[in-house]
Design a protein around this ligand. Structure first.
Ligand SMILES: C[S@@+](CC[C@H](N)C(=O)[O-])C[C@H]1O[C@@H](n2cnc3c(N)ncnc32)[C@H](O)[C@@H]1O
Length: 271
């Protein structure tokens, strides 16, 4: 017990040292490769399945979770959009921002395109965007950590982003909220997940919830922005304030307490 108590602060010091010296990057990539080697399960859902080293970048070590949760998250976004007057099966333009390995696009892109719509995906990681471009219907591109996107003003009706704001500093999140507003048509909808107070209290590291209450925006692990190593936690009111320049808040859905589903900000660009 005494040993474990000593180990925790020691680990923290080593981690901070690795962050400062830049060693955290190679170390974290090594952890990801190790995690990919441990990906033991299979999921045959009739859709292209990315290789293990890409699955672990977005969902931890389970193809079944990648498949099942991808399908249910796609349905969640489609239902939420419909509730706010945007039908993904009505020939519209959709952007999956931070599309990862197409976990959600595998389900939504075929439906959007079959209905005569346009489907775009964009991601910071060229391997992820590249796999989507080679294997899924739709147009996929790589973007930088900071805006812009390769899309014109008002190009799409709907943008969704699952677990992307959750890996950005506050300044970067603010810049992306403005960019997402730019590529949406007036009256367009953004569905953006984030780690809110409810999610922090139920699933966050113990220190995060009180810090979030006091600070409004908490970055956990100050390195490798955009990767899963850095996690960001945003009070609901702070997210609304960050989005205020380009959006009205249509709805804020709190994070799940019984199961780990992230909060969703439903935002509408002004007409
Ligand atoms: C946890 S993964 C989620 C991926 C996907 N949205 C999903 O739900 O499966 C976070 C994704 O956001 C991407 N990402 C992080 N920062 C980004 C940025 N500034 N622009 C675009 N993508 C970004 C990462 O490369 C990664 O694919």
């Amino acid at each position: 017990m005494y040993g474990r108590r000593m180990l925790k602060p020691l680990r923290r010091v080593v981690r901070r040292l690795m962050e400062r010296t830049g060693l955290i990057g190679p170390y974290y990539r090594w952890l990801e490769r190790r995690s990919a080697r441990g990906l033991g399960d299979e999921a045959d859902d009739g859709r292209p399945m990315p290789p293990a080293e890409l699955v672990v970048l977005v969902s931890g070590p389970s193809r079944i979770w990648f498949s099942e949760r991808g399908r249910s998250d796609a349905a969640m976004f489609a239902d939420l959009a419909a509730r706010h007057g945007v039908d993904v099966a009505a020939g519209i333009g959709v952007l999956d921002f931070g599309c990862g390995a197409g976990r959600i696009a595998r389900w939504l892109a075929p439906a959007v395109i079959a209905a005569g719509g346009r489907f775009h995906g964009s991601d910071l990681n060229p391997k992820l965007a590249g796999w989507c471009a080679a294997n899924l219907p739709g147009a996929y591109a790589t973007n930088g950590l900071q805006p812009p996107l390769a899309l014109g003003d008002g190009a799409v009706d709907l943008v969704y982003a699952h677990s992307v704001l959750t890996h950005l500093t506050e300044a970067t999140a603010r810049a992306w909220l403005a960019e997402i507003a730019r590529v949406l048509r007036p009256g367009g909808l953004a569905l953006l997940t984030f780690h809110d107070e409810a999610y922090a209290a139920a699933w966050g590291p113990p220190d995060v919830a009180p810090r979030l209450a006091a600070e409004g925006y908490v970055v956990w692990n100050q390195a490798l922005e955009g990767s899963n190593y850095m996690s960001a936690w945003t009070a609901t009111a702070r997210l609304a304030a960050l989005a205020a320049a380009g959006f009205d808040v249509a709805e804020m859905i709190p994070g799940g307490v019984d199961e780990p589903s992230q909060a969703v900000a439903v935002l509408r660009t002004r007409t």
